[in-house]
Design a protein around this ligand. Structure first.
Ligand code: ZN
Length: 322
């Protein structure tokens, strides 16, 4: 078998409004770990917040640019419209109760393939799902306010909304190492794993009658696929260029190296390296605690800090009832 150049999802990056509201929702309600607090490298007066599992493994990382005065986006075609998290099979009741406890509106659980799905949204309207399944072997993380047995394991899948699936399917299959796994109505499932492993699943929901989405708070900006090394990334980049995709040069994102390109259906894709990862500039016990700046911004740290509103973890407010 040839080496896997793409090993599933790396991260999803979305837009938000208030940073504190974002922190409260993702660490407090959902219990993800804030693994890195840094700034938008192109606009350092805006945070770049990274949430994930204990060390921010690829396939668990959801990142946000919380822009205070951004206009709300609309979800539609050409977007990664739904981001799904993996929970254990037996955790549906726990999460339904938890969402209700904190007044998070959600749909009734429904079945899809061999999984149970709870749909809801974050405070900015970003579409999310909890997908209960019995196929996730990843280690859970908890701050302690959510029982470890029920904690989110990382991403389950990302759902792309497209007017047609064929050209995106061709890209996923021929340049990004995915295979077709299953379909149900307008949903076609792909994965880098033959049976579709949590964290390695892309669903295309194709519906030419939907309208195109518009970027803004509550929408995904791009999704990134994981590649094991810099060498593998260059091989993927060559494959993309040979197939006529306009991939950027490799960019240094501090915690990974990235190339970007737009897929035929309109979604911005990235391929990001596993190394160096989030332990690059903080140890495991203190991930996400201090504001990290890229080296070229360190000389104006005081100024940047004065532009950012302070954010704190308020985990005690979100404890499960005993
Ligand atoms: Zn990215």
């Amino acid at each position: 078998m040839s080496k896997q150049l793409i090993t599933g999802l790396h991260h999803v990056t979305a837009m938000a409004g208030s940073p504190q509201q974002n922190v409260d929702f993702y660490t407090g309600i959902l219990g993800l770990r804030l693994v890195k607090k840094t700034v938008n490298f192109d606009a350092p007066d805006v945070y770049h917040l990274y949430y994930g599992d204990e060390t921010g493994q690829p396939g668990s990382i959801l990142t946000f640019f919380p822009f205070r005065n951004i206009r709300p986006g609309t979800t539609g075609l050409g977007q990664a419209a739904v981001t799904a998290f993996s929970i254990p099979k037996g955790s549906v009741e726990y999460w339904l109760k938890r969402l209700e406890q904190f007044g998070i509106g959600h749909e009734a659980p429904r079945h899809r393939f061999d999984e149970t799905v709870i749909s809801f949204a974050d405070p900015d309207g970003l579409k999310l799902e909890l997908v209960a399944n019995g196929r996730d072997e990843r280690a859970p993380f908890t701050y302690g306010h959510i029982p470890l047995e029920h904690s989110i394991r990382g991403f389950y899948s990302v759902e792309l909304w497209e007017s047609a699936y064929e050209r995106t399917e061709s890209l996923l299959a021929n340049q990004l190492g995915h295979q077709f796994v299953a379909e149900s109505g307008p949903r076609r499932r792909y994965s880098t794993h033959a049976k579709g492993k949590p964290g390695q699943i892309i669903d295309i929901l194709w519906d030419g009658k939907k309208t195109f989405g518009f970027g803004g708070s509550g929408t995904v900006h791009h999704i990134a696929f994981d590649t094991p090394s810099d060498e593998d990334q260059l091989v993927v980049r060559e494959k993309l260029l040979s197939a006529g995709h306009q991939a950027t040069p490799v960019l240094d994102r501090q915690y990974f190296h990235s190339i970007y390109f737009r897929e035929p259906g309109g979604v911005l894709f990235e391929v990001a390296t596993t190394p160096p990862g989030f332990l690059y500039d903080e140890d495991k016990a203190h991930l996400g605690e201090s504001l990290k700046l890229p080296p070229w911004e360190e000389h104006r740290r005081g100024y940047i800090e004065s532009l950012l509103e302070p954010i704190t973890l308020n985990l005690e407010k979100y404890a499960s009832p005993s």
